[in-house]
Design a protein around this ligand. Structure first.
Ligand code: ADP
Ligand code: ZN
Ligand code: ZN
Length: 756
C-alpha cells in the first residue's frame, strides 16, 4: 500500500453522464476508454510529462541505496531544483520512467510538486454582476427600497451601477469593494441573497460582452410553423431534422429554441462542423446571448478550454456552448437542447487519432442520456439522417423558402465540351462565365468562384516523356504551387522547388495539368485587370486571423471576387454576392468514393446558396464536361428528393450505408509484404463474418503509400439485422490474437467504425 501524496481534486472533475457516454463511444467506435478520455479532457487534467518533480526538503539518501537510474535523477534534481517527466525520460533514456519515480517517492526522496494542483485552475479573476431577477426597473426599485435597512449593501449596488456604465455587466469583485468602500462580507451577503451573482472569468474575455443583447427578430409564418413542427417532434421524444434551404432562416429558429432553454435554466449545446469557419455565427449568437455564449474548440489554448470546462462543471448558470465535435465530451449537467448545425458535414467525423467518432451521432446518444431535445439542421441533409426520417426514427421539419421571399438562385450549366469545340474558352473561363462576371461588376456586385482544389494545378507533366513528379514518401503526384514556386504533397506536406527540367529526360517542355485555386486567381487577374480578387483555401488561412480578415474584406465590399475551395460552402452570409461560378464540377463527380455523388450535390447546393441572399435573385453558373449528369441536373432544380431516392437505391443495391453498417480495418507498415501478410492473416480471421453481409479486401487504397507507410484496407459491410455487438466482439478477438503475433508488431492495425 502506498501513501497518498496529495489530492489532485477535491471533487470529481468529470460526471457520471460523461463516463456513460465515453463508455458508449469506446464500445461503439472500438477504441479504449483511455483514448476517449484523452480526447475529452483538457490537457492539463492529464498528469503526463508535464508533471514536475522536486526533491523532498528533508530527504536523506546515500548513493548505495539507489539504482543507477535513480541516482541519475537525484543528481539532476540537485543541479536543477525542478524537473519534468520528459527531462527524466531523456536523462535515463528510458520510455517508462514512472516505476523509477514511484520508487524514489516510496523512498521518501522525491515528490511530485504540489503546484501540479495549481495548474488545474486557470488564472482567473472573480467578477460579480446583478442577478437576472433585477433586470427591469420595477424590480430594481423594489430591491433598493428593501436595502434601505442594509445601507452598506445598498452602497455596493449603487457603486455597481456607476461601474457598469464603464465596464459592462461584469464588475471585478475587488474593484467593486474598493469603489463602495465595503468589505468582502458585504459582497458575500449579497451573493447569498442572490442579489449578486459571481463568476470567475479570464479578464480579457469579459470585455467583449459590454452591451446588452439585441432584440430577437420576429419570426415569419414559415419559421413559426417550423418551430411548431419541431416541438411536435420533441414532444414525441424524437430527434428532429430541420431541412431548410440556404438562407431560409434556420439560425433564427435555433436562436428562438435556445432562448427558451436558457430561460428554463438549461444548458444548450450548439455543434458546428468547424469553429474556425463560423466566426459570423458566433458573433450572431453573442449578439443575442452575450456572456451566456461559451465557445469550446480544440484550437483554443489549454487555459481557455479548461475555463470553459470548469464553467460548465461548476456553474449553476445556463449557457449555450458552441463547439466543434469535441464539445460533445464536456461535463454537462442539465442539457436541455442539442443543435447539430450543417449536420451533413463530414468533419463531424474524427479521422485520426482514435476515438474515430462522429460527433453528430454521438450527440444523439448524449441527448438520450439527458433526455434533451435534439435538432439536426441542414439545407442538404445527409442520406443517413434523411433515411432516419423515412424510417420514422427522426421527425422532419421544413423551411422550403428563403427568408423574405428571396428567390433561390437561378442555376445554369455551361457545357465545357461545346465551349472548347467552339473555341469559347479563355483559360478555364467560358465566355458565358466571363460575361456574367462582367455584368456583376457593372452592377457593383461581388462574385464567388469555386474550385475544390488548392494550389495551381494538381500535377506537372513532361510533354516529351510523360513523366510527372511524384512525392518521394507517398504514391501520389505533387501539386504545383506557382505562388511559392513549389511542388507540394497534399498528403504528407513534403515540398520541393518547382523544377525547370524534367527529372527523367531533362526536357524543359513541362506543362501543368488540372486546375487549382491559384490558377483561377491568376486567370481572373488577367481577364479582369481592374478588379480585385482574394483567395480562400488552406494555404491562405493558416494564420490565426487570416480567415476573419478575408471575410471582413468581402463583407465590407473591399474586394470584387472571392475564389476558394469547399471552405466557401460553410455558412457564409454575404449580402452583395450576385454570382457564384463553379469552374469545374467534374472532379467532384468522379471522386472514387461511395459518397461522392451525395457530397457533390451538397457542395454545389451549398456554394450556390452563397449567391443572392438579398432581394435580387442570385445567379449560379456550373461549368462541366458532363452537364447532363443526373447529379448536376438535380442540383440545378434543387431536387433533393430525386437525388435522395436515386442515391439510396444505389446504396441498397451495393450494400452501403444507410442500409448496411460499415467497418474499415486498415493496416499500415513500412514493409509492403509485411502489410500484405498481416492484412491477409486478419482477413482469414474475419471470414466467419462473411455471412453478415460482405467482406471486401484486403486491398490497397487509391493512394497506397503515405509517409513511406504502405496501407491496406479490409471493409466489412454488415446487414443491420445482425447484432453489431457480436460482430465487434469477433473483430476484437481477431485483433487481440493479431497483436500477439511477433512479426506483425511492426504493423499498425486501425479500426474505423462508420468510416468516411
Ligand atoms: P440559414 O441559417 O437558413 O442559412 P439565416 O438564419 O442565416 O438562414 O437567415 C438568412 C438571413 O435572413 C439572415 O441575414 C437573417 O438575419 C435573416 N432572417 C432570418 N430570419 C429572420 C427574421 N425572422 N426576421 C428578420 N430577418 C431574418
Ligand atoms: Zn521528360
Ligand atoms: Zn507525400
Amino acid at each position: 500500500v502506498k501513501s497518498i501524496e496529495f489530492f489532485l481534486d477535491e471533487e470529481p472533475i468529470i460526471t457520471i453522464e460523461q463516463l456513460k457516454l465515453w463508455k458508449w463511444i469506446s464500445q461503439y467506435y472500438m477504441c479504449s476508454m483511455g483514448q476517449v478520455m484523452k480526447a475529452a479532457l483538457p490537457k492539463s487534467f492529464l498528469l503526463e510529462s508535464e508533471t514536475t518533480l522536486v526533491l523532498k526538503e528533508d530527504s536523506i539518501y546515500s548513493q548505495e541505496d539507489l539504482t543507477d537510474n535513480e541516482f541519475l535523477i537525484v543528481e539532476a534534481l540537485e543541479n536543477k531544483a525542478v524537473l519534468k517527466i520528459e527531462d527524466i525520460i531523456s536523462i535515463t533514456e528510458r520510455k517508462t520512467v514512472m516505476p523509477i519515480i514511484n520508487n524514489l517517492i516510496a523512498k521518501d526522496i522525491l515528490t511530485l510538486k504540489e503546484e501540479v494542483k495549481e495548474r488545474y485552475k486557470p488564472k482567473t479573476e472573480n467578477f460579480v454582476r446583478l442577478h437576472e431577477n433585477y433586470a427591469n426597473d420595477n424590480d430594481l426599485r423594489t430591491l433598493l427600497n428593501t436595502l434601505e435597512r442594509a445601507p452598506k449593501q445598498k452602497d455596493v449596488i449603487l457603486a455597481l451601477f456607476t461601474l457598469r456604465a464603464k465596464y459592462g455587466d461584469f464588475i471585478k469583485r475587488s474593484v467593486l469593494i474598493e469603489r463602495s468602500q465595503s468589505s468582502s462580507n458585504t459582497i458575500k451577503a449579497l451573493l447569498d441573497k442572490e442579489i449578486l451573482v459571481q463568476e470567475a472569468f479570464r479578464i480579457d474575455r469579459v470585455k467583449s460582452n459590454k452591451e446588452k443583447g439585441s432584440e430577437l427578430k420576429t419570426l415569419n409564418t414559415d419559421q413559426q410553423k417550423a418551430i411548431d413542427n419541431i416541438k411536435l417532434g420533441f414532444e414525441n421524444s424524437k430527434p428532429v431534422l430541420l431541412h431548410g434551404v440556404t438562407s431560409s432562416g434556420k439560425t433564427e429558429v435555433y436562436v428562438r429554441l435556445i432562448l427558451e432553454e436558457l430561460e428554463k435554466g438549461n444548458q444548450v449545446l450548439y455543434l458546428l462542423p468547424e469553429i474556425a469557419l463560423t466566426t459570423q455565427l458566433i458573433s450572431r449568437l453573442q449578439n443575442y446571448f452575450k456572456h451566456k455564449v461559451l465557445v469550446y474548440h480544440s484550437r483554443y489554448t489549454t487555459n481557455e478550454r479548461l475555463e470553459t470546462w470548469n464553467h460548465i462543471l461548476d456553474s449553476k448558470e445556463s449557457y449555450v456552448i458552441i463547439g466543434a465535435r469535441s464539445a460533445v465530451l464536456l461535463p454537462f449537467s442539465k442539457l436541455g437542447l442539442i443543435i447539430v448545425d450543417e449536420e451533413h458535414e463530414s468533419s463531424f467525423k474524427q479521422f485520426d487519432p482514435a476515438p474515430r467518432y462522429n460527433a453528430r451521432d454521438t450527440a444523439i446518444v448524449l441527448g438520450q442520456l439527458f433526455n434533451s431535445r435534439i435538432l439536426l439542421g441542414s439545407a442538404t441533409p445527409s442520406l443517413e439522417s434523411y433515411y432516419n426520417v423515412k424510417s420514422s426514427k427522426y421527425y422532419l421539419a421544413k423551411l422550403k423558402r428563403r427568408f423574405n421571399n428571396v428567390l433561390m438562385p437561378e442555376i445554369n450549366m455551361v457545357d465545357l465540351k461545346q465551349k472548347l469545340r467552339k473555341k469559347k474558352m479563355k483559360g478555364h473561363f467560358s465566355d458565358t462565365l466571363i460575361a456574367a462576371i462582367q455584368e456583376c461588376f457593372e452592377n457593383q456586385e461581388q462574385v464567388i468562384l469555386f474550385q475544390n482544389r488548392r494550389g495551381y494545378s494538381p500535377f506537372m507533366e513532361c510533354n516529351t516523356c510523360g513523366h510527372s513528379p511524384q512525392c518521394p514518401r507517398c504514391d501520389v503526384s505533387l501539386t504545383y504551387h506557382k505562388y511559392k514556386g513549389q511542388l507540394r504533397c497534399h498528403y504528407c506536406g513534403f515540398h520541393t522547388a518547382a523544377p525547370t527540367h524534367c527529372a527523367s529526360c531533362t526536357s524543359n517542355d513541362l506543362s501543368t495539368k488540372g486546375l487549382g485555386t491559384e490558377q483561377v486567381e491568376q486567370e481572373f487577374k488577367e481577364l479582369f485587370p481592374n478588379h480585385s480578387i482574394l483567395r480562400m483555401d488552406l494555404d491562405t488561412t493558416r494564420g490565426k486571423n487570416s480567415y476573419q480578415t478575408i471575410i471582413n474584406q468581402v463583407e465590407n465590399q473591399e474586394v470584387d471576387c472571392l475564389v476558394g475551395t469547399q471552405m466557401l460552402t460553410k455558412g457564409l452570409d454575404f449580402r452583395n454576392v450576385a454570382l457564384v461560378g463553379v469552374l469545374n464540377a467534374d472532379s467532384m463527380l468522379n471522386f472514387p468514393d461511395f459518397r461522392s455523388h451525395e457530397r457533390c450535390f451538397q457542395l454545389l447546393t451549398q456554394v450556390a446558396g452563397r449567391s443572392g441572399r438579398t432581394n435580387k435573385r442570385g445567379k449560379v453558373l456550373i461549368q462541366s464536361y458532363s452537364p447532363d449528369h443526373q447529379i448536376l441536373q438535380q442540383v440545378s432544380v434543387y431536387d433533393y428528393h430525386t437525388m435522395y431516392k436515386q442515391q439510396v437505391e444505389d446504396r441498397y443495391q451495393f450494400k452501403y450505408p444507410p442500409y448496411y453498417r460499415m467497418i474499415k480495418i486498415s493496416f499500415k507498415a513500412k514493409d509492403i509484404t509485411r502489410v500484405q501478410e498481416a492484412a491477409n492473416w486478419f482477413y482469414k480471421g474475419l471470414q466467419p463474418l462473411e455471412s453478415v453481409g460482405q467482406l471486401l479486401g484486403p486491398e490497397f487504397p487509391a493512394v497506397a503509400r503515405i509517409r513511406n507507410q504502405y496501407l491496406m484496407n479490409i471493409f466489412l459491410k454488415a446487414d443491420k439485422k445482425h447484432s453489431i455487438a457480436s460482430i465487434k466482439n469477433h473483430i476484437n478477438k481477431v485483433k487481440s490474437s493479431f497483436e500477439s503475433i511477433a512479426p506483425y508488431r511492426s504493423v499498425r492495425c486501425v479500426i474505423d467504425v462508420d468510416p468516411y
